[in-house]
Design a protein around this ligand. Structure first.
Ligand code: CA
Length: 533
């Protein structure tokens, strides 16, 4: 099958106008090609296949980083340290040119400008230049750390010119309800990228490539305006929050438009190669046609020389919604476990009233141990941000132990938790505590896991260790109430051994008896992690 036919079939697939025979043909073409080139179409089944030795992901930015253009340099200089912490993959901050250097990157302007062209007032992005970005990625690779790009496809911001086109105004709370007749607005939808001068792509965006905008330049009115035209409208394959949640912000990209599909697939091939990426974090997929997302993921995997780890951000506290998305997309990508994040938030607010034995109930992790990336907080949940839902300070060590010291999920640690948060209301980092937990993960959190989730306020688990990691094995015990204690059995393997708490919260040793039993304790509202002396 020729490339052109393939892209037509992909377009029909997204529009759901494809015949069964053609869909089958498309599927076999993809599978044959993948087999011939020996390219995996899915994430590795087990994280340990591609991330041996319990490595973690690190989200290497927070919202209030200084706008100094020095972040790629910081990352480069930090690579060796990250390697020593057990970081196996770095989620890079959004690297494309956005509305200005004070933009975190989500107000994305030009997909092809990675800090290379004088556009939006500067060559660099908030984080530095393309040259510095490439250097940082090479340094990560030198230390065996993967680089994941933050890929923002839902919208575009900061258009170069306005255009006049027909729209209807829709209800902000229910986008299916029209609040006006058709009328003309002047919207910011024309992207010509004059500073780039057609380098890498001569594609120019116009209102036909978008589903909606939120500003009429003629009247100064802000509202959600759905763009009218042949075959135009919000995609049906998005979240049905707000009636239809295709529209999130800025100029919403129309992934049912053939030119947009072709251009975006082309960019996907380009970006992976240009930056030698090892994976992607896909932004705001709740608002993007999931049939397009499927095609995009498969396309970039097929055009990459190496296996790609792909994780999506679907912001929903409801595990069944997350589960449904994984089903809709045929398990092609992992999702961040937003449901578990909300369990941590609830537990941190409820204190001793939270039943810790239920902490993993109704989470994505309880349904999918592989296609699941666990996290505690991120750049959106941090104070002052769009999805503010911050895990309270006292609970942070407990939450991190729950994602770092257990066997399931691919944990992601947040730059803001490690190094602290800047801006007007700074929050200090928890480097000291996280260093202890990361070391515990890297060296000791291996082997069979035995849970003692048997008391509402005090829970514990044991990792029995394995032969590959010398002296591995640990005990984690935590309490959200009073001081806690438990009689644990570490099996005869550890008969008569002595254990101590590496967090130093508890100062006395625990000596196991000849059957491997011992009484382990932790302080109230705290945790202890014991390893063998
Ligand atoms: Ca959208």
């Amino acid at each position: 099958m020729k490339k052109k036919e393939l892209s037509s079939l992909i377009h029909e697939k997204i529009l759901e106008t494809i015949s069964d025979e053609d869909e089958q043909a498309l599927k076999s073409t993809i599978e044959n090609y993948a087999e011939k080139k020996n390219i995996p179409l899915y994430n590795p089944i087990s994280i340990n296949e591609s991330h041996p030795n319990n490595t973690v992901m690190m989200q290497y930015f927070e919202w209030y980083l200084p706008n100094d253009g020095k972040h790629w340099k910081r990352l480069q200089q930090d690579a060796r340290h990250l390697k020593n912490l057990g970081v196996g993959g770095v989620w890079l901050p959004p690297f494309c040119k956005a509305t200005g250097t004070n933009d975190v990157g989500y107000g994305i302007y030009d997909l092809y400008d990675l800090g290379e062209f004088r556009q939006k007032g500067s060559i660099r992005t908030k984080y530095g230049t393309k040259k510095e970005l490439k250097k940082a990625i090479s340094k990560l690779h030198f230390f065996g750390i993967q680089a994941y790009g933050d890929i923002i496809l839902n919208h575009k911001a900061g258009a170069d010119e306005t255009e006049t086109f027909k729209v209807v105004k829709v209800d902000e709370e229910n986008r299916n309800i029209e609040q006006s007749d058709a009328f003309d607005i002047e919207g910011w939808t024309k992207f010509t990228f004059p500073g780039r001068k057609n380098k890498y792509s001569d594609f120019k965006w116009n209102f036909q490539h978008f589903t909606g905008v939120n500003f009429d330049n003629r009247t100064g009115e802000s509202a959600i305006f759905r763009i009218l035209g042949e075959d135009k409208g919000f995609s049906p394959n998005v979240s049905d929050d707000m009636g239809n949640y295709d529209y999130l912000m800025f100029a919403d990209v129309d992934y049912r438009n053939k030119e947009v599909i072709n251009e975006t697939l082309k960019w996907g091939t380009w970006i992976i190669k240009e930056l030698n990426l090892d994976g992607m974090r896909l932004d705001a997929i709740k608002h993007i046609d999931h049939k397009f997302m499927e095609s995009f993921i498969t396309h970039v995997r097929l055009s990459s020389k190496k296996p790609l780890y792909i994780v999506g951000e679907y912001w929903s506290p409801d595990d069944s919604t997350l589960d449904q998305y994984l089903k809709d997309t045929d398990g092609l990508l992992a999702l961040f476990d937003v449901s578990l994040h909300y369990r941590f938030v609830e537990a941190s607010h409820a204190g001793r009233d939270y039943d810790l034995t239920t902490i993993f109930d109704n989470t994505l992790l309880s349904r999918h141990i592989f296609n699941c990336s666990t996290f505690v907080d991120n750049h959106d949940s941090q104070p002052g941000q769009a999805l503010e839902s911050w895990v309270e300070d006292w609970f942070k060590p407990l939450a991190y132990a729950l994602i770092l010291l257990r066997q399931d999920g691919y944990p992601c640690i947040f730059y803001g938790d490690y190094y602290g948060i800047g801006g007007e209301n700074p929050i200090p980092g928890k480097k000291e505590m996280l260093d202890i937990l990361l070391e515990a993960r890297l060296r000791y959190a291996y082997g069979e896991q035995i849970d003692y989730f048997d008391h509402a306020n005090t829970i514990a688990w044991i990792r029995l260790g394995d032969d590959k990691h010398k002296n591995s094995g640990l005990v984690c015990i935590m309490s959200n109430g009073d001081d806690g204690n438990k009689l644990l059995n570490l099996t005869e393997k550890f008969a008569n051994t002595t254990w101590y708490d590496i967090t130093k919260n508890i100062e006395h040793d625990v000596v196991l008896d000849e059957d491997g039993n011992g009484e382990f304790t932790c302080k109230g509202g705290s945790l202890s992690v014991y390893i063998k002396k």
